[in-house]
Design a protein around this ligand. Structure first.
Ligand SMILES: C[S@@+](CC[C@H](N)C(=O)[O-])C[C@H]1O[C@@H](n2cnc3c(N)ncnc32)[C@H](O)[C@@H]1O
Length: 183
């Protein structure tokens, strides 16, 4: 019998390869990581190994349903779906299409993508939200405090929430993840 965590590691390797291929195709002649502006901000990607490390550290399988607010090319949702049900909200049509395409090619049944503004979404079904912010999150935090309760995992030290309570941190290879809880 295959050990479930071994099976998860194996699928994670396939995910990593699929995204490496995608980024390679995007790079063309410019050898820079993917980065571009969308209608609602900047798209940059979380790093596969760091996400996987953080999700193992924070035991993502203890959550029922995770949502990535601004899911970009879907890398976070696809990796989260190795642990639990995962949904991504992305406003940009092209990024939304890419995330669906990559996820279907990997045959991952627990990953869902919605082309939607997360401010317009009912987030009550999610016990964990993930955010890789590209700007201060005052408005989003206000919205969450008024409409949602649960935990928020923030990638990066630059735009921390002000009113949610920090309950844990995880240093990663090059970055940092912090876990917050609504009061
Ligand atoms: C910094 S990227 C993070 C992508 C992905 N979460 C990751 O970690 O790889 C932020 C993304 O959020 C999207 N975004 C920003 N505001 C949004 C909104 N209100 N609703 C949906 N998507 C949004 C942007 O289009 C962009 O793709």
């Amino acid at each position: 019998m295959v050990d479930p965590s071994q099976e998860r590691n194996l699928t994670f390797s396939k995910i990593k390869t699929a995204y490496q291929d995608f980024y390679q195709r995007l790079k063309g002649l410019e050898n820079t990581p993917p980065y571009r502006s969308t209608k609602s901000g900047m798209w940059a990607t979380s790093v596969a190994e760091e996400i996987y490390h953080a999700f193992c550290h924070f035991e993502l399988d203890q959550y029922n349903h995770v949502a990535d607010l601004g899911s970009g090319d879907g890398i976070v949702v696809v990796i989260a779906s190795l642990f639990t049900q995962a949904t991504g909200y992305e406003i940009d049509e092209w990024l939304y299409q890419q995330s669906k395409k990559i996820s279907h090619s990997l045959n991952l049944s627990k990953a869902t993508f919605l082309r939607k503004d997360f401010f317009q979404a009912d987030l009550s079904a999610y016990d964990l939200l993930y955010l890789y912010p590209d700007k201060p999150i005052y408005e989003l935090e206000k919205h969450l405090l008024a409409t949602w309760s649960g935990r928020l995992l923030v990638n990066g030290p630059h735009f921390p929430p002000c009113h949610l309570r920090k309950i844990a941190e995880c240093e990663s290879f090059a970055g940092r993840f912090a876990l917050y809880e609504s009061p």
